[in-house]
Design a protein around this ligand. Sequence first.
Ligand SMILES: C[S@@+](CC[C@H](N)C(=O)[O-])C[C@H]1O[C@@H](n2cnc3c(N)ncnc32)[C@H](O)[C@@H]1O
Length: 432
Amino acid sequence: MADAALRLTTLAEELLGAPLPVRIRAWDGSEAGPPGAPTLVVRHRRALRRLLWRPGELGLARAWVAGEVDVDGDLYEALDLLAGIFWERGGERRSAVRAVRAARDPRLRAAALGLLKLGGPLPPPAPPAEEVRRRTGPLHTKRRDKEAISHHYDVGNDFYELVLGPSMVYSCAYWDEAGTLEEAQRDKLDLVCRKLGLKEGDRLLDVGCGWGSMAVHAAREYGARVTGVTLSREQAVYARKRIADEGLTDRIEIRVQDYRDVRDGPYDAISSIGMAEHVGRVRYREYADQLFSLLVPGGRLLNHQIARRPERNESAYRVDEFIDRYVFPDGELAPLGRTVATLEDAGFEVRDVHAIREHYGRTLRAWVANLEKAWPEAARSTSAGRARVWRLYMAASAVSFERNRIGVNQILAVRSPGSGGSGVPLRSRDWR
Ligand SMILES: C[S@@+](CC[C@H](N)C(=O)[O-])C[C@H]1O[C@@H](n2cnc3c(N)ncnc32)[C@H](O)[C@@H]1O
């Protein structure tokens, strides 16, 4: 049995039609692959079942979540190398389907079955408990969105506190001058307030308010009166307590409410930070119309949103399979141009686009470092599987931002009045 790693490497290379860029160490202690490269540790023969049952990204993710595979060495480098297997230049996905097709080749099947037999009979692989089953039916109904949000955000505030740190901001920070995550998150919130031109007494709507960080910052530092909406009950409970502790209850209201149900406009400004990724292509125009209708003439929207590179294939707007099943069910990423065009179609005047993807790579690395530092506690506060999901998704996302597979942009848009005066200062040096 001492050749498990070599047999696995050979099979993987045949399936992929390319050399495996990482080393493999198998459960029997055998090793194969390029010397010095990060090592994919296959801890248990059960991993073979998952990898061969569903070759590609999902099989690998399932084995990872179940704790059957791990990385020895630099996690980011390993993920970068592995991502290269699934992506080709130009950002088009090298479909795992190709590997599945190849697995129908009788010679490869025989090799795969031989590998499976190595460890003796095993029950068929059940997906780890943290996986969301593939769902059918229309995307982005209010009910379905609520369930999807609950999967991601109602995993326990304690867990998020460990990962995000005291700022409890779950979106890209701004590292222009900051040295710590806390400072960078504060600077991001302040940047948004400045772009929105907030003044004492302004009504701000924060859609997708998370744990209330933007609401607190805008009320405390700018004297704004804020309404925050989130679909997550756990977030709302946390945000309300925090607001009470800060003595800001007279200035901030937090609601568990869908952005589509907000009716009490007009607002002077709207912030949407890290929420539009949940909206979906079919609803995006409705989202833009809704935010437009909630603003006073001259009111500003700051839309802070992850974008994917433009692709010919429309289905590519859905997030990758691992992310869809384990992290953000039904999440969708649109290219920047489409988002800008939709905001314009809804009547907005787009005044500024600030691309900050490098800042997200750094933010994600800080979250991964927090998680790794508090690993036993983090696994206890949720489950070991979920903690592994978060570590993998955040590290892989960091690499995706750094490699320009995805980006993140702050778009400043104004409901400019008929007279044409946008109210945006001639000098924007203050916030750039
Ligand atoms: C990535 S978090 C960002 C939270 C916060 N803005 C921050 O930067 O920390 C996304 C937020 O969007 C909210 N959300 C997603 N879909 C929503 C919807 N349809 N209506 C209201 N909130 C929604 C989630 O509940 C969550 O609070």
